[in-house]
Design a protein around this ligand. Structure first.
Ligand SMILES: Nc1ncnc2c1ncn2[C@@H]1O[C@H](COP(=O)(O)OP(=O)(O)OP(=O)(O)O)[C@@H](O)[C@H]1O
Ligand SMILES: [Mg+2]
Length: 170
């Protein structure tokens, strides 16, 4: 790749952002940052109490991720952030205009199975349904690619790196 990308790995819960994000970063030879680690203490307190975050809580979190992405501009980096809504991606782009989005996509049944295994117990279908309901796919004017998450993490990583390379040629 000519200029190293700053990649935001996005997608609903369970698509494998935390699993494949670091593998993609390794493959690109750039650092990985976990989006969840950018929550301010107030958000962590809310989440620990089981209170869902609202958009007012999300802006400072997205700004912190955006700030990391901005610092990596020209150097390259991979950061995870579900970024389900266009407005969240707009906020990230406002801080880091060059960021590209890698949307991990998969069918609901597959993701549901993976989540059920991760949690070690049945995942209420409503929780994943609400994620899919909130999801707004990348639009034509947004720099990014969508990659399917069937197969092994290594296969997804290869697919993602190939898709990111194709992005450079367009
Ligand atoms: N390609 C894969 N094959 C099999 N299992 C996978 C794959 N990718 C991820 N998993 C498993 O699926 C579960 C969800 O993955 P992961 O935690 O990476 O998703 P996430 O997108 O980071 O979710 P969240 O938004 O909740 O943080 C984990 O238990 C992970 O080990
Ligand atoms: Mg995760």
């Amino acid at each position: 790749m000519s200029t190293p990308h700053v990649v935001v790995v996005m997608g609903v819960s369970g698509t494998g952002k935390t699993t494949v994000g670091p593998l993609i970063a390794d493959a690109l030879g750039v650092p990985y940052a976990e989006g969840d680690d950018f929550h301010p203490p107030a958000n962590i307190a809310k989440m620990s109490a089981g209170v869902p975050l609202d958009d007012a809580d999300r802006w400072p979190w997205l700004d912190a991720i955006g700030s990391w992405a901005h610092e990596r501009a020209g150097l390259g980096g991979v950061v995870s952030s579900s970024a389900l809504k266009r407005a969240y991606r707009d906020r990230l782009r406002a801080a880091a205009p060059g960021a590209v989005f890698l949307h991990l996509t998969g069918d609901r049944a597959l993701i549901g199975r993976r989540l059920a295994e991760r949690k070690g117990h049945f995942m209420p279908p409503a929780l994943l349904d609400s994620q899919f309901a909130a999801l707004e796919n990348l639009e034509a004017d947004e720099a990014g690619v969508a990659v399917d998450v069937s197969g092994t993490p290594q296969e997804i990583t290869e697919r993602a790196v190939a898709a990111l390379c194709r992005l450079d040629k367009n």
